[in-house]
Write a protein that binds this ligand. Sequence first.
Ligand code: AMP
Length: 431
Amino acid sequence: MAIQRVKGTHDIYGDDSYKYRYVSDLFKAVGELYGYGEMTTPVLEYTEVFQRGTGESSDIVRKEMYTFDDKGHRSVTMRPEFTAGVMRAFIANKLYGNNDVPYKYYYYGPAFRYERPQLGRFREFHQFGIEALGLDSSYLDAEVVLLAAQAFAMLGFENISIKINTLGDEESRNNYRNALKEFFTQHIDHMCPDCKERLDLNPLRILDCKVPEDHEIAMEAPKMKDYLSEASEKRFYETLSILNEYGIDYEIDDSLVRGLDYYSEMVFEIHLLSSDGKDYGALCGGGHYGQLVKELGGPDMAGVGFAAGVERIVSLMDDEHLFDGLETGVDLYIMPCSENEVLKALEIAQYTRAFGYSTDTPLAKVKMGTQFKKALRKNAKVALIVGESEVENSTVQVKNLLTEEQKEVAMEELIPTLDQIFGEGSHHHHH
Ligand code: AMP
């Protein structure tokens, strides 16, 4: 029996590999558009990074981490999210010295959570995200939401729904936590074992419990907005008024608390059902964090960011046909007519590759009919056919596979002919 892949992981190949690259490239480009630079951190971190960063009361740290002792008996963890690791890198590399605020980083790569695999939920998945550090500002909070909204618009999504809420400052949150504790203490006997633990760890976590009965009870719980300090309320409305100004639709959702411990003030998520009603869960989530950098041993500075789940976005884009027209495969397929021209075909392939045309050739004797099928499967737009007489005359048959037009072209005219067929910039492999 073939060896199976690890449960909850998936292989990415064929057209999917173009889709993942398209989405990650687009997010990276939007990051650059807003002045962010790429930060790549290790998959493995000391477990402490996430315990202190992501937070002891989060489901992630409590039960979803891939944690093990390495051979030197140090506890390491495969990152379940990026923010804590990016903060660790920011602090360890002392990137905060130059006062060039806000410090802006984006990241992309795999993350690992031991969750129950289901629609939109994997054990290895990919995230793109951003972090902006060192400027504590309602404007920056708003700009981060604008960036996320622009990325989704550029991917082709039209009706994203942005849910937004505020968790307030520390004082607001402490008051709110106490109120929640008082409220849930009366109901806790009827709630799930997780919630019983959450009551002491962090009663805010109870608000996003997925157990239906617990959810019912949570609906009756006190609301954050009644415990907000004046400053936090003002700050939140400043952010919202910027979103209004740029025509961003949002919905204030006071049950939105997010699953990670470090958030304060503004938090948000982006959701979208497919047209046939499929719900992959949040496509993206994030918010402001006041204490995280300090908690990990860095200076006292605020941050704001989000992470987007690339698997969910790719699935939804597939459902909504947003990848139609995506260019995959090669520009050219070079066809030797017989065994005698196989090497010549390689020579032509190397020549066209040198001009930036992505090119494939069979490197073996293959029937012409089969070669045309291969060219089709590879999405080649042009076939270059070489037989005995073409070798003799230093020419090649150029066949446009879309129009079926074919003509014999002298080798020195080949590149100009191809440039004409493909047009300036219309073949994505040609640089
Ligand atoms: P979080 O780091 O939990 O705020 O998650 C940010 C985003 O990552 C979510 O909105 C999802 O799109 C994605 N995500 C989180 N967990 C998973 C998972 N297990 N499988 C696939 N995507 C995930």
